[in-house]
Design a protein around this ligand. Structure first.
Ligand SMILES: Cc1cc2nc3c(=O)[nH]c(=O)nc-3n(C[C@H](O)[C@H](O)[C@H](O)COP(=O)(O)OP(=O)(O)OC[C@H]3O[C@@H](n4cnc5c(N)ncnc54)[C@H](O)[C@@H]3O)c2cc1C
Length: 407
């Protein structure tokens, strides 16, 4: 069988199909594996195509890492959810079982009045009572109508834009609710943040490549597929981007192809800087006060994530749902570093802008199904499923596609 695309979905499909006894050939157009979640080397420094964060609820991703032999203790820093700013304001959850952690975290949130806290507890109880289901046409903003402006601004907006890469007023309420449920109501550790201590290539694709090769699969990079014709004697899994999958299938499966082609996408920018300053707030991640002229939502101190000397003094600032051009984003984020992080000496390493970072997860969006047509399946973060465009959505859909193959 052939898998086209070596991002996290394609690698997950390849590992699962190999486990099931298929002779797997994985073809990747780029010189490297990992797709959008890959290592990017800047002047000898291993960074990423964008700073990523995983959470404890990423069940299938963690399973994949374990299968391919990744030591998750050594490669991921596990921390209780912390959305506090440098001044200590905001929400963090204590290391307690869910939903007790939410209750204690909300009650002790700094800078929130009792009416802020009660609005969130009331709303959360309502979601739970309704089985975490809402009208499919609702936006995340409509879902959260009962919350105070402070809770919206300091919790919901940053969570929604990080998880769905869309502001709450445009994002699907149901998908946001599913993310909240899996993160906050699904057992101990599910809301924990898992921050990579290594670059994304070292976190999974390198290990998956080694595992696949050791188990007899063929992995070829620099191999772009332009026409599916020669590959159709055996099952094919399309693990490429939706726009590429749409091109490859427009004659074979026009309805599926149109669905895939009609998805729209939103951008994410990561500004990497270096500072020689000893940080007063030394924490792996801090929330930022974000608004249109100060667009970054979070700052990561890569030196707090790893002992690697190369990462000391390196910060990654993430602008989800970014709309501006690279130079404007860079300039505005440099301003945030000076004003909010109080770092005056930061020098720019690079700004990585991924224009089509994720599909726009809007209400009532119809995502293409896993079965494209006879003999062809699809996987990727955009394929129909309960999650927004995340590593977990990609890995889950890779497993689902491999499980759908005829034995
Ligand atoms: C900047 C950024 C930050 C993000 N942050 C997070 C985060 O914090 N947490 C999180 O969970 N998710 C995050 N995501 C989302 C996550 O990276 C994606 O959901 C995931 O990587 C998608 O994987 P995929 O395999 O579905 O697709 P892709 O990674 O796009 O893989 C598709 C692969 O197919 C290859 N390909 C395309 N066409 C062809 C062809 N014709 N022939 C052969 N190969 C082809 C491509 O080169 C690519 O390698 C982020 C994404 C970006 C861009």
């Amino acid at each position: 069988m052939t898998i086209i695309g070596g991002g996290w979905a394609g690698l997950a499909a390849a590992v699962r199909a190999t486990q099931k006894g298929f002779a797997v050939r994985l073809l990747e157009a780029a010189p490297h594996l990992g797709g959008r979640a890959r290592r990017v080397v800047h002047e000898g420094l291993a960074l990423d195509n964008g700073q990523h964060i995983l959470i404890g609820a990423y069940r299938d991703t963690l399973q994949l890492l374990q299968t391919v032999g990744v030591d998750t203790e050594a490669t991921l820093l596990r921390l209780p959810l912390n959305l506090k700013r440098v001044d200590g304001q905001g929400l963090s959850l204590p290391a307690l079982p869910a939903p007790l952690n939410l209750l204690v975290g909300v009650c002790s949130a700094r800078g929130w009045s009792w009416s802020d806290k009660l609005s969130l507890l009331r709303q959360a109880t309502g979601w739970q009572t309704q089985g975490f289901v809402c009208d499919a046409s609702m936006t995340a903003a409509q879902l959260c109508q009962g919350l105070t402006p402070k809770v919206m601004q300091e919790l919901i907006e940053p969570l929604c834009v990080s998880a769905l890469n869309l502001p709450a007023e445009h994002a699907s309420g149901q998908i946001f609710l599913t993310v909240l449920k899996d993160a906050l109501w699904s057992g101990k550790g599910s809301s924990d943040m898992l921050l990579p201590k290594v670059d994304l290539g070292s976190l999974m694709p390198d290990a998956a490549n080694a595992w696949l090769t050791a188990h007899g699969a063929l992995v070829e990079t620099h191999h772009r597929i332009e026409d599916l014709g020669p590959w159709l004697q055996h099952p094919v899994v399309l693990a490429c981007s939706p726009w590429e999958a749409a091109k490859l299938t427009h004659r074979l499966a026009p309805v599926w192809s149109t669905q895939a082609a009609s998805l729209t996408h939103t951008a994410i920018a990561t500004v990497y800087v270096r500072t020689a300053k000893q940080l007063s707030w030394r924490k792996p991640i801090v929330a930022l006060h974000s608004h249109p002229q100060a667009p970054a939502q979070f700052a990561f101190d890569k030196g707090s994530l790893s002992d690697d000397p190369a990462w000391q003094g390196v910060l990654a600032l993430v602008v989800s749902a970014s709309t501006d051009e690279r130079d404007t984003i860079t300039q505005q984020v440099m301003g945030q570093i000076r004003d909010q992080l109080e770092i005056q000496d930061a020098s720019l390493l690079t700004t990585v802008v991924e224009k089509r970072a994720t599909f726009a997860c809007t209400p009532t969006l119809v995502r293409p199904p896993v079965q494209v047509c006879a003999g062809i399946w699809a996987c990727g973060d955009y394929v129909a499923g309960p999650y927004p465009a995340t590593l977990e959505a990609a890995v889950r859909s890779g497993f689902t596609a491999a499980d759908a193959l005829p034995q």
